[in-house]
Write a protein that binds this ligand. Sequence first.
Ligand SMILES: Cc1cc2nc3c(=O)[nH]c(=O)nc-3n(C[C@H](O)[C@H](O)[C@H](O)COP(=O)(O)O)c2cc1C
Length: 496
Amino acid sequence: MAYRSFSEFLRALETAGELRRIAAPVATELEITALADREMKSPGGGKALLFEQPTIDGQPSRFPLAINTMGSRRRMALALGLDDVDDLAHQMQLILKAKPPTNLRQGWDLLKQGLDLLHARPKRVKDGPCKEVIHRFDRPSAAGASGVTLADLPVLHCWPQDGGRFVTLPNVHTRDPDTGERNIGMYRMQIYDDRTTGMHWQVHKVGARHGKRYYEKGERMPVAVTLGGDPAYTFAATAPLPDGLDEILFAGFCRKKSVELVKCETNDLEVPADVDFVLEGYVQPGEARPEGPFGDHTGFYTPVDDYPVFHLTAITHRKEAIYPATIVGIPPMEDYYMGDASVRVFLPVFKMNFPEIVDLTLPPEGVFHNLVFVSIRKQYPYQAYKIMHGLWGMGQMMFSKYIVVVDEDCDVHNTSEVLFRLCANTDPQRDSTFVKAPCDSLDHAPSVPNIGSHIGFDATRKLPGEGYSRVWPELVKMDPMVAAKMEALAASLGLR
Ligand SMILES: Cc1cc2nc3c(=O)[nH]c(=O)nc-3n(C[C@H](O)[C@H](O)[C@H](O)COP(=O)(O)O)c2cc1C
C-alpha cells in the first residue's frame, strides 16, 4: 500500500497505537534525541514520536518533527504497507523464481507479479505537493528575507560532542554523469550555515562514485535531497541495492504504486512529487570541508574528516510539511529495524546466489555489518568458507567483520544458540580464516581508515575431508515422543 504523504503514514501509525504526539515544546538541541534514544531502547523499539512544537535555540520551529517512525518490526512493516516485511520477501522470491505458468492459478499469480512490476515504473508529472511552497536562492533577487532556509528546519543536535546539527534522514538523489543512471542514498548532512551543509557519502557509496566522475570532468554536480513522503522512499535509500538497481523502481515495487517524479526548480534532477521537503543544490568539484564529530551507528563518535560540501539553491516544501529524523548511537536504535527489513527482503537474493543458505541475520550488537550469522545446508567440505567469501564479495556485505556459519538446525536469530555452536563446534585455529578487506569508513578499530581484516568462523559440523579424524558427536536431545507427552503433562499441571 502506498502512502500519499508522510503525514498519512503518521496517521496510520497513530491509528495502530504506534505513535505518541508531544505537544509540549522540546528542544532540537539534545532534548528530542534524549527522549528518542530512551524510546528506541525500550522493549520492541517503543513508539514513534511526533513533536508538534520543536524549538530551535529556544524559538518555536515552523515545522513539526517525527522520529522513530520505523523503529520496530511492526512500524517497519506499516511503513511498507504490510502486515509483515516477510510478505515483501515472499514477493521478491516469486519474481526471482518466476517460471512459465503450468496452470491457471499460476498464470494469475504471474500476471499479478507482472502488474506489480509495472507499478514499479515511475511516472513523470508536472507539479506536486512538494512544490506547494518554493524558495529559490539561485537568483540574488529571489532570496527573500522571509523565505525558509536550512536554519528554519528543526534539524537535530543529536549528541553532546557532535560538531553541530545534522540532517539524519536525508534521501540524497544524484545521477551518474556518464550513464544518466539515478541513485538515492542516505548520507547525513551537517549544517554549516543556512545555505551549506556537509555531504557525508563515504568512499564506498554510489553518491561518492558519481561525485568522483563529476570531479574528474570538472563539472558541478547537481544534487537533490528529499525528506519525508512515503516511507518506502527512505527505506529504498538505505537498502543496500546492487549498484545500478534504481531505488525509485524498488520503492515503486515496495509500495505497489508508481512513484510520481517531478523535476527540480534549479537543476535537472527528478524527485518524488509527494515528499515533504526538497533541498536542491550542487556539490562543487574538489571542494571539501571538515565534517563531524558525530555520535554514530557504531556507538562511538566518528572523528572530524573532510567531506564534500552541499550548496543549497532552493528549498521547496509542502505547506503542512513534517520534518523526519532519526538518531543513531549505541544499538539498538531505529536503524536496526531498517537494516533488519533490508536483510529479510533481500534474503531470497542471497539464497538465489547461494542455494545452501537457510537463513541469515545481522544481530543488533554488530551494528549492521560487524556481525553476520548464517545457517547453511552443508553438503561438502569447506562449504562454510565458500559462503563467507561469497558474502564478502556481495555489495555492502564486504564490510562484514565477523561471519559465523552454522548448520541448518541452528536458529540464527537466537544469538545464544549461535554462540553455543561457535564455542562448542570450533577449534579456533582450524575453523577460522582471516581475509584482508575494505572496512566501513565509520569503523574506528582498523589501524588506518577504510581497510583492515575480517574473520570467518566455520561453526558447522565437520565432515570427512575437513581435517577432523574423530567421530562427530550427536547433539543431546530428548526423545520427541516423550518430550511431546511431557509438554502435555506440564501444561495440565500448570508448569511452565
Ligand atoms: C540512518 C542512516 C544514516 C546513514 N548515514 C550514512 C552516511 O552518513 N553516509 C553513508 O555513506 N552511509 C550512510 N548510511 C548507509 C547508507 O544509506 C547505505 O549504505 C545505502 O545503501 C547507501 O546507498 P548507496 O549504495 O546507493 O550509496 C546511513 C544509513 C542509515 C539507515
